[in-house]
Design a protein around this ligand. Structure first.
Ligand code: FAD
Length: 481
C-alpha cells in the first residue's frame, strides 16, 4: 500500500508541529507521522512543560499561548527562589499579574511560561486539524528509499502499533524526530558529542576524551496534600543503583497553573549513560527519580506534597546532530545577530550555552544570534530538511539553540520553505528573501525590535537583578517549601 502527500513530516514534537502546521496553512497536503501517543514530543510527553524565556519565539508559539490562556492552562512565571547549597533547587511560581506573552521573549530580562502538557497537546492538535494537516499517531518511521541519482528520498516506510507497514511517498520530507532517525537512515553525515577545536575552531572546544552529552532528566509532578490527607512518603526504591547520599537533589522547579509543581531533576542520569542504556534508560532513570523524590520528602521538607504523575518519556537533551550545509557554532552565538552576515537567518535565540554542569556553561554575550536556514539542509539530499534539536548545530551551538520554541520556529521555517518552493528546486537555490518575506507575513519576528523584549520600543524589560533575586511579591521564605 502506498500513499502520497506533498510533504511528509516525521515526528510531531515542537519542530514537527511547526513544520506541519506552517506547510498545511500554505496549502500543502501534509502528512505528519508520530511514533508516540500524542503531539508535542519532549514538551508534553517528557514532562518538560516549560518554555524557557527566549528571544524570537513569535508566531506559532504565541498563538498556542493565546489558545491556552483563556482556559487558565498556562501562566508566565517569576523566580520564587534561586539555587542555594541548603536548598538545591531553583523555583519559579506563577506571576499573579502578568499575562503579556512578550515578557517571555528574553533570556535575561524575561519570564518562563509553564503550561498543562495535555492542554498543549490538544491546542496543537486543534491547530493542525484547522490547517488541514493529516496526523497519524502511533506510527513509527522505520526505513527509507532513496534515489541516489537524483539525490532525493523517494519514499519512507512506517510501521503502526500493530506491526503493519506502509510506504509513504512525497515530494519533500522533514525529519523532526529529534534523534534524526530519517536523516541518519538516509546516509546524511551526523555527529555525536562535543567537537574538538579542529572541527570548527570553537574557542571553548577541548580535546578531552570521552563522550559527554547534556544530561537526561526524568520529570515528575507533585501536588500539595489536602487538609484531610496524611503524609505519603515515597518508599526508597530497591532497584536504585545508588545510595541516598549519592543522589544529587539539584532540581529545576516550575509551578503548574493549578499550583502543582513540575520537578525536573537535573543530575540523575548523564546523556552518555542514557544513550548507552537505550530503551533500558527510561526505567532506571525513573527509579532514580523515585529515590530523588524520597530524598526531597525526607531531607528537604517536601513531606506535605505527594507524587502525582511521572512523565511517560525520559527527557533527552542531546544525541545525534546533522552535519549540514552550515553548522551553527560558538562563533555565531558569540557574534550576535548584528555581527552575523548570513542572508538566510530564519529565527533568532538567546538562551545561554547550557550543559547542566557536565561542561562549562555561560550566557551569550551580544544578545540574540540568528540561525541560518542552511542549518536545516543536509549536504547529501535535495528534498530533505531537518527541523529539530538534531539539526546542524555543533554541540556548543545545540546547548543554546535547542529550546522547544526555537525548534518550533525552525520547524515553521522548514514547513514554509517546503510549501513555498517548487519540489525540483534544490534547497541551495531557493530564494531566501522570499522565504523571509513569507515568514514575516506569518508573524515571525526577524528583527530584534519585533522579537526581543529588551529591544521592544513599548515594553520595559524586567530588571535582570530582580529576575536573579526573585520577585518580592512571591514568598522567598527560607522555610520553603
Ligand atoms: C529535561 C529537559 C528539560 C528541558 N527544559 C527546557 C525548558 O525548560 N525550556 C525549553 O524551551 N526547552 C527545554 N528543553 C529542550 C526542549 O524541550 C527540546 O530540545 C525540544 O523540545 C526538542 O524539540 P524537537 O522537536 O527537536 O524534538 P521532540 O520534542 O523530542 O520531538 C521529537 C518527536 O519525534 C518522535 N519520533 C522519534 N522517533 C520517531 C520515529 N522513528 N518515527 C516517528 N516519530 C518519531 C518522538 O516521539 C517525538 O514526538 C528541555 C529538554 C529536556 C530533555
Amino acid at each position: 500500500m502506498t500513499e502520497s502527500a506533498d510533504l511528509i513530516v516525521v515526528g510531531a514534537g515542537s519542530g514537527g508541529f511547526g513544520a506541519a502546521c506552517a506547510a498545511a496553512r500554505l496549502g500543502s497536503k501534509v502528512l505528519l507521522v508520530e511514533a508516540g501517543e500524542g503531539v508535542g514530543g519532549t514538551s508534553t510527553w517528557a514532562g518538560v512543560n516549560n518554555w524557557e524565556p527566549v528571544a524570537g519565539a513569535t508566531s506559532l508559539p504565541a498563538e498556542l499561548y493565546a489558545a491556552l490562556l483563556p482556559m487558565r492552562d498556562t501562566s508566565l512565571q517569576r523566580r520564587r527562589c534561586a539555587y542555594h547549597p541548603d536548598r538545591p533547587w531553583g523555583w519559579y511560581d506563577r506571576d499573579p499579574d502578568n499575562t503579556d506573552y512578550r515578557y517571555s521573549l528574553s533570556r535575561y530580562s524575561g519570564m518562563p511560561i509553564t503550561f498543562e502538557p495535555q492542554a498543549l497537546d490538544q491546542a496543537m492538535c486543534t491547530m493542525l486539524a484547522q490547517a488541514g494537516c493529516e496526523l497519524r499517531l502511533r506510527t513509527r518511521f522505520v526505513d527509507v528509499e532513496i534515489d541516489q541519482v537524483s539525490r532525493r528520498i523517494r519514499a519512507i516506510i512506517v510501521e503502526d502499533s500493530d506491526g503493519q507497514r506502509q510506504r509513504l511517498e512525497a515530494d519533500r520530507f522533514i525529519d523532526a524526530t529529534a534523534d534524526i532517525h530519517l536523516a541518519r537512515s538516509a546516509g546524511c553525515e551526523s555527529r555525536l558529542g562535543p567537537e574538538n577545536p579542529t572541527a570548527y575552531g570553537e574557542p571553548s572546544a577541548t580535546d578531552a576524551e570521552g563522550l559527554v552529552l547534556n544530561n537526561a532528566s526524568p520529570c515528575y509532578r507533585i501536588t500539595p496534600l489536602k487538609k484531610c490527607e496524611g503524609a505519603v512518603i515515597e518508599p526508597w526504591p530497591d532497584q536504585v543503583d545508588r545510595s541516598i547520599d549519592d543522589l544529587r537533589p539539584v532540581t529545576s522547579i516550575r509551578t503548574y497553573p493549578n499550583g502543582d509543581l513540575n520537578m525536573n531533576p537535573l543530575h540523575l542520569m548523564t546523556g552518555a549513560e542514557a544513550l548507552e542504556l537505550g530503551t533500558d534508560a527510561h526505567d532506571l532513570a525513573f527509579q532514580r527519580a523515585r529515590g530523588h523524590w524520597h530524598l526531597l520528602q525526607t531531607r528537604h521538607g517536601f513531606d506535605k506534597w505527594r507524587l502525582q504523575w511521572m512523565s511517560p518519556v525520559l527527557g533527552i537533551r542531546e544525541t545525534h546532530r546533522l552535519v549540514g550545509q552550515y553548522v551553527l557554532c560558538e562563533q555565531d552565538l558569540d557574534a550576535g545577530l548584528a555581527n552575523q552576515d548570513h542572508e538566510d537567518i530564519v529565527t533568532f535565540a538567546d538562551h545561554a550555552i547550557d550543559f547542566h554542569g557536565s561542561r562549562p556553561s555561560r550566557p551569550v554575550p551580544n544578545g540574540p544570534y540568528g540561525v541560518p536556514f542552511r542549518c536545516l539542509l543536509p549536504k547529501e539530499l535535495d528534498n530533505l530538511l531537518v527541523a529539530c534539536r538534531g539539526a546542524s548545530f555543533s554541540s556548543i551551538g545545540a546547548s543554546s539553540c535547542r529550546l522547544s520554541r526555537t525548534m518550533m520556529m525552525l520547524g515553521q521555517a522548514a514547513g514554509t520553505a517546503a510549501a513555498l518552493f517548487e519540489a525540483d528546486v534544490p534547497w541551495g537555490d531557493a530564494n531566501m528573501e522570499r522565504l523571509r518575506r513569507q515568514l514575516a507575513t506569518d508573524g515571525v519576528a526577524l528583527s530584534l525590535e519585533e522579537g526581543w523584549l529588551d529591544a521592544m520600543p513599548d515594553l520595559d524589560p524586567i530588571d535582570p537583578e530582580l529576575v536573579d533575586a526573585g520577585d518580592p511579591r512571591l514568598a522567598t521564605d527560607p522555610a520553603l517549601p
